[in-house]
Ligand binder design. Structure first.
Ligand SMILES: NC(=O)C1=CN([C@@H]2O[C@H](COP(=O)(O)OP(=O)(O)OC[C@H]3O[C@@H](n4cnc5c(N)ncnc54)[C@H](O)[C@@H]3O)[C@@H](O)[C@H]2O)[C@H](O)CC1
Ligand SMILES: [K+]
Length: 508
């Protein structure tokens, strides 16, 4: 699903109006009607009828005026409040404002603090609030009367439908500009917006409905977007030919584990095999090979020369030899972060010529010399903490600037980045940005990342290119977590449960 910025949306709208010849007022009509339909559906379901519509002076407010007309015609009790001198409203919004005034629909301005009391009284008596204050035109922090009005809406506990974008959320990056409406539902126009695809925008938007407002289909289909939301259509698994053998589905080498972290290695290797690759070889420190071999029936294990139960420079040659027998190498889960391990990881990366998936301690190992991945075929799968070490920014800075962080990293290092979070973002400089929506808070548990690394690596050796392997891995990992959470709940969910559900979600 395509995701657009404010600027891209304006550009598309302008082509539809100026090149195709669609009157802009028709787009506003469709937008307002879509909002009204969802509002009516909600109100019919709870048999209620009082609606307050909060409008701004731009076209977002115009969509609100159109919605007011449709809802009034359906028999609802509609009150419109405009945070502007209505004499300042122009264009399509003015046309629609004039119509609702002529129809006798209640319209009031909120220009002074004293008028907020009356607004608050009406909000209290309402059954639904429609937020049409600001959309893609938000261009500064929300303050003054607008902020007070938003605070009243948020404090009311009423059901809120936002038009296009919750007012106050920056449509380009999801940040709260001063304050923002907390919606139950956001009806967004024609395309998903960047600002409601990542946090905190996601939280403010609630459930997002993408409404068709009549932008011509060829325009919608042909528009090239750098940002996309991953959907089921993007992760279709090919049907396997009957006459095949394990050699057709790729060979993976997992380099993982240390004396106190055998589970990470096991989870990673097992998730790779359960995701469908033909052969998984697991290289672990010699000290733990016995236990790995006895518990992993489908995996070929190799015990490499170790130091205190972890890898060190002396393990490198054996890794490189094993790497010659596979299609790609996943390295990182459970290695520990000792000086020896860091030296080991760097040496492997320097000398290895195969596609690489770097996770966990392998990411920590290169955090002081990330440049070494330039020119290599690498997928990195950091969580926010690991990303902070890789990029030098604090976790808060990264969370507040997800898109910027990803764009900066991929442009500098030309690698495929999988920035894990409740909205995992996959980025590659030439192929764009993909945002995942599957998954749940129960997956924030130890070992979950090791499973993801196994899955991405498995898709990679089965022949998918880096970005695709990451998209498939992240999507199905989230799906497996969702299915596991239905069975076990979010509190008790473990990485082993995610692993257990991989075959089922891939079968579906
Ligand atoms: N894109 C489409 O195809 C369609 C979009 N529609 C709707 O129109 C809005 C965008 O409308 P626009 O007039 O460009 O902007 P806004 O209504 O969001 O607001 C602009 C208005 O508000 C002022 N302003 C901005 N930020 C602030 C602030 N923090 N405080 C005070 N005032 C602010 C700004 O100066 C302008 O005057 C889009 O979201 C859709 O809902 C069409 O209706 C259908 C086609
Ligand atoms: K809005």
């Amino acid at each position: 699903m395509k995701i657009v910025s404010n600027g891209e949306m304006r550009e598309i709208e302008s082509i539809a109006i100026n090149t195709v010849g669609l009157p802009s007022v028709c787009l506003m009509e469709n937008a307002g009607r879509a909002v009204a339909e969802h509002a009516a559906e909600y109100l019919f379901s709870c048999k209620r009828k009082n609606i307050v519509i909060l409008c701004g002076k731009g076209n977002n407010g115009g969509d609100g005026f159109v919605a007011a007309r449709y809802l009034f015609n359906k028999g609802f009790d509609v009150k419109v409040f405009v945070v502007s001198n209505i004499g300042l409203i122009s264009g399509d919004a003015k046309k629609n404002l004039d119509i609702i005034i002529n129809m006798g629909i209640y319209v009031a301005e909120i220009l002074q603090k004293e008028q907020l009391k009356f607004f608050e009284k009406n909000i209290k008596e309402s059954d639904l609030v429609i937020d049409a204050l600001y959309g893609t035109g938000l261009d500064r922090e929300v303050s003054g009367i607008s902020k007070d009005a938003i605070d009243i809406v948020n404090g009311s506990g009423k059901y809120v439908i936002s038009v296009d974008i919750p007012s106050g959320i920056n449509g380009d990056n999801g940040k709260v500009e001063g304050c923002a409406v907390k919606a139950n539902v956001t009806v967004t126009m024609q395309f998903m917006k960047k600002g409601i695809a990542v946090y905190p925008g996601v939280d403010y938007a609630g459930k997002v409905i993408v409404a068709d407002i009549g932008i011509p289909r060829n325009l919608v289909d042909n528009i090239q977007c750098r940002y996309n939301m991953i959907s089921q259509d993007d992760v279709v698994l090919p049907k396997r030919a009957r006459n095949t053998h394990k050699g057709d589905y790729g060979k993976l080498l997992v380099v993982a584990g240390s004396k106190n972290m055998t589970g990470a290695a096991a989870l990673c290797a097992m998730s790779a095999i359960k995701t469908g690759c033909g052969i998984v070889k697991l290289a672990v420190p010699k000290a733990i090979q016995g236990i790995m071999q006895s518990s992993l029936r489908e995996i070929i294990t190799y015990g490499l020369d170790d130091k205190d139960g972890a890898f060190y420079l002396g393990s490198v040659d054996e890794v490189l030899k094993l790497a010659n027998t596979v299609d790609a190498v996943a390295i990182g889960p459970g290695l520990t972060n000792s000086c020896d391990v860091r030296e080991f990881v760097k040496e492997v990366i320097l000398r290895l010529e195969k596609p690489l998936v770097l996770d966990a301690d392998a990411l920590n190992a290169i955090s002081d010399s990330v440049d070494m991945i330039i020119g290599k075929d690498v997928i990195l799968t950091p969580h926010i903490g690991e990303m902070s070490r890789l990029s030098g920014g604090s976790a808060n800075e990264i969370n507040d600037n997800i898109y910027e962080t990803v764009e900066k990293f991929i442009s500098k290092y030309k690698a495929t980045l999988v920035l894990k979070g409740s909205r995992t973002v996959i980025g590659n400089d030439t192929e764009g940005i993909y945002i995942n929506c599957t998954g749940n808070p129960g997956m924030a548990t130890a070992g979950s990342g090791d499973v993801l690394t196994g899955m991405i690596s498995s898709f990679l050796v089965q022949g998918l290119k880096e970005v695709k392997a990451a998209i498939y891995g992240v999507y199905y990992h989230g799906k497996a977590g969702d299915m596991a959470s239905e069975r076990y709940g979010e509190y008790g969910l473990t990485a082993t449960n995610i692993l257990e559900y991989i075959p089922y979600v891939m079968k579906m």
